[in-house]
Design a protein around this ligand. Structure first.
Ligand code: G4P
Length: 510
């Protein structure tokens, strides 16, 4: 079990995540030719209409799973890499993905630094408190001062940064990477790198860069495994994904430092990987990956036990066991049926709607994992149906898509128009595009009088009372739970003060 490393890559669009993923898979032997991840991505996009949005805007809005293996110090390490959307509008999706990993790699463009609109994405990492390894990509480009990048990361995440590698010159003057641990410099000589020995025996490093490297080594905290694992320090690797520079060091760092599968919160309890039954939770559901086959795959992060194909597990949302006959493991090029899986692994379970995000799966049906919230939407819109005979299809589509986490849906207590809520504008584009492509429902969005929503909790009698006075501002979510629709933040505060015995919650456990 300790040889599993389940991690996510987080980056802003264009920082080089696809290129880095490809190089990681290449080194792991999972693919043979660079370019395959991209090629596969394009094939996938061509198949599915709504992914045109990704293409047009050059963003990635789906997160997927890739597994590969690599030898490290005589041991085979299994890496489960989870991709995340590279746009802040999908930070909720990123948050959910982070519930399923034990650590994260944060990719930053050396030339551009951190753009204000992508801070939210990175800050989500802090919310989950996952340990972060930072990879500063594109050192082969003319760029900013590396010290500036380090300070920016430290500032943004309020943690210590500890550089492990240092670029010797950047952009056109890039000469190689100095590894602080070994004192060795690797240089880009042709496609593979070549060690020229230690820095002391390498008089070719220009004096100013040698001084800069020394300053960097002395000026920042030393690497401390405990501090990294508790989320207080990030080791920083510089490199170039395109030129395959610093990638080996990054994989080695994940193998050596990144934590093995960690315990998961289940109410008061914590379930460790050694727990004596198979348990896991669904953190993502993806439907209609291929519109020709109405497929629907639930992604389960396994928390404990040894899973065997055909095993019966009980989903908490269903209450009766189902046999898992065709669990899927995801490799770079292929999906394979999984015969066994261990804690830390991600398996895909094909199903027709029995499995929902937030469900716990287990043999004994006792454990319930917690910590997969819905967030209060920041944008609310009314859905206007173009063809009134499609009411049923619309409802089904909205239910499905809220299930997947594309949007949240609210059914007002008064009035027939459904309201959708999102955290970022792009989610709305995805909604309209998928409604039309997958459900053949033409719809438009119009302004809604509401600005945000709060889930209501409290004694039934008090809830009923509140309901009878505030019907015009109440809705039910997909699960039928009561939601207060607020016209403004002031509105929320007013009701909170007026109803101290009710809870107005900005998040909801799924
Ligand atoms: P993303 O998934 O994070 O959005 O980024 P992606 O890997 O697609 O990379 C964005 C662009 O940056 C690509 O160029 C890619 O080749 C380039 N790139 C990635 N890593 C490095 C690096 O280490 N050094 C340099 N110099 N460039 C890098 P593009 O022109 O947009 O695409 P393409 O023409 O290569 O297809």
């Amino acid at each position: 079990m300790s040889n599993r490393r389940t991690f996510a890559i987080i980056s802003h669009p264009d920082a080089g995540k696809t290129t880095l993923t490809e190089k990681l898979l290449l080194q792991g032997g999972a693919i043979h030719l660079a370019g395959e991840v991209k090629a596969r991505g394009q094939a996938r996009r061509a198949r599915s209409d709504w992914m045109k949005i990704e293409q047009q805007r050059g963003i990635s809005v789906t997160s997927s799973v890739m597994t590969f293996e690599k030898e490290y110090e005589g041991e085979t390490i299994t890496f489960n890499l989870l991709d995340t959307p590279g746009h802040e509008d999908f930070s909720e999706d990123t948050y959910r993905t982070l519930t399923a990993v034990d650590s994260a790699v944060m990719v930053i463009d050396a030339a551009k630094g951190i753009e204000p609109q992508t801070r939210k994405l990175f800050e989500v990492c802090r919310l989950r408190n996952v340990p972060i390894i930072t990879f500063v990509n594109k050192v082969d480009r003319e760029g900013r001062d590396p010290f500036e990048t380090l300070d920016e990361v430290a500032d943004m995440l309020a943690l210590d940064v500890s550089p492990q590698m240092w670029p010797i010159g950047m952009g056109g003057q890039f000469e190689g990477l100095l590894d602080f641990a070994s004192g060795e410099v690797s240089r880009p000589e042709g496609p593979s790198k070549e060690f020229l020995g230690t820095r002391d025996s390498d008089p070719e490093i220009p004096e100013e860069w040698a001084e800069e490297a020394e300053l960097a080594q002395a000026g920042y905290p030393e690497f401390d495994l405990e501090a990294y694992r508790s989320g207080d320090l990030t080791p920083v690797y510089f490199g170039s994904a395109l030129k395959n520079f610093g990638v080996t060091e990054l994989i080695d760092a994940i193998a050596r430092y990144a934590p093995p599968p960690r315990p998961q919160p289940a109410g008061e309890a914590r379930i460790t990987p050694e727990h004596d039954e198979v348990t896991g939770f669904i953190f993502k559901v993806q439907a209609n990956m291929d519109p020709n086959h109405r497929d629907r795959i639930a992604f389960m992060r396994q928390v404990s036990g040894t899973f065997k194909r055909g095993m019966k597990l009980t989903p908490s949302g269903l209450g009766k066991p189902i046999a898992i006959h065709s669990p899927i493991l995801f490799f770079a090029q292929d999906r394979e049926i999984a015969d066994t899986a261990e804690a830390g692994d991600i398996i895909g379970i094909p199903n027709h709607g029995t499995l929902r995000v937030g469900d716990t799966l287990s043999e004994k049906d006792v454990v319930r994992f917690t910590g997969l919230p819905n967030f209060a939407p920041e944008i609310l819109r009314r859905v206007q149906l173009k063809d009134p005979t499609k009411t049923k299809q619309l409802r089904k589509a909205l239910d499905d898509l809220s299930e997947e986490g594309v949007i949240q849906v609210f059914y007002p207590e008064i009035g027939a128009q459904h309201i959708v809520g999102v955290v970022g504008q792009l989610q709305l584009d995805v909604l309209i595009s998928r409604l039309s492509a997958e459900y053949k429902v033409g719809a438009a969005l119009e302004a809604s009088p509401f600005a945000t929503a709060r889930w209501l909790k409290g004694e039934q009698k008090l809830l009923d009372e509140f309901e009878s006075f505030n019907r015009a501002n109440l809705a039910r979510d997909r699960d039928g739970d009561l939601v207060f629709m607020a016209k403004s933040p002031w509105d929320v505060n007013y009701q909170v003060e007026k109803n101290p015995e009710l809870t107005f919650s900005a998040t909801k456990e799924r």
